[in-house]
Write a protein of this length. Structure first.
Length: 247
């Protein structure tokens, strides 16, 4: 545990002179301000406006995860071709977990900013609602962080960004009728669907009760997929020796 903490601290220090930290601050602030500015011209501050903002954040999230994961892993590649990542600790899993935890911490930080700034300017709902949405949005994207770290390690930043673009498109599709039967099994649907269902539970409990069984099923599938992905990624990284030139 101490070794993991030290690795995380070291990874944060590596980001000190990079734009990665600032992007995690600037992007959510810019996005929330743009929406608040747009809504300021609309005299009707209603639930649909909040829903539209949260859905947009959830849809864009996979792309940002792909971009940030690719940048963090690329930095490790440039500073020694992953040698620090592969040999800085006795247990390779610690360095992998450090990168993953680093990205997760940056992710929750960005989510707090994105939803917090919007909540300050759009007080239609109480603070607890926004807290719930922030937690749901973050947890629903943990699996994507695991997938993107693996893709970035194996194939590079370009592949991670490409997967992020595809994930954003899939997230948007999962809001339509196409996603009604398959969203529980689709990692890119968790963010948009769980955000919507969290809002539905608050504003219309009777309608939520109709879909609550599917929501619970989706939640347990998501937790199962996260556990499987984490275990599989740790086992894969244990035997990974760096990216070959042909990769």
């Amino acid at each position: 545990m101490i070794s993991l903490f030290r690795c995380i601290k070291s990874d944060f220090y590596k980001l000190k002179r990079t734009p990665i930290l600032w992007l995690h601050v600037f992007i959510p602030i810019l996005g929330s301000f743009l929406f608040l500015l747009y809504y300021s011209f609309d005299s009707k501050e209603n639930i649909d406006s909040i829903c539209g903002y949260l859905e947009t954040v959830a849809i864009v999230f996979p792309l940002l995860i792909g971009l940030m994961s690719g940048m963090v892993i690329e930095q490790e590649e440039r500073t020694g071709n992953f040698q620090m990542l592969l040999s800085s600790t006795k247990c390779k899993s610690i360095t992998y977990l450090s990168k993953l935890v680093l990205l997760l911490l940056l992710g929750i930080f960005s989510v707090i900013i994105a939803i917090g700034v919007f909540a300050l300017g759009f007080k239609k709902m109480d603070a607890m609602f926004y807290v719930q949405e922030a937690v749901v949005l973050f947890v629903a994207n943990v699996l994507l962080y695991i997938l993107h770290v693996l893709v970035a390690l194996k194939l590079g930043r370009g592949a991670s960004i490409g997967l992020g673009i595809a994930g954003t498109l899939i997230s948007a599709l999962m809001l339509t009728g196409l996603g009604d039967r398959v969203w529980q099994w689709t990692p890119w649907a968790f963010g948009v669907r769980f955000c919507d269902y969290t809002m539905l539970k608050i504003i219309n409990p009777s309608n939520y009760n109709i879909v609550s069984r599917d929501v619970n099923k989706g939640f347990f599938i998501m937790i199962f997929e996260i556990c499987i992905a984490l275990i599989a990624s740790l086992l894969w990284f244990k035997y990974w020796e760096g990216r070959k030139s042909y990769e």
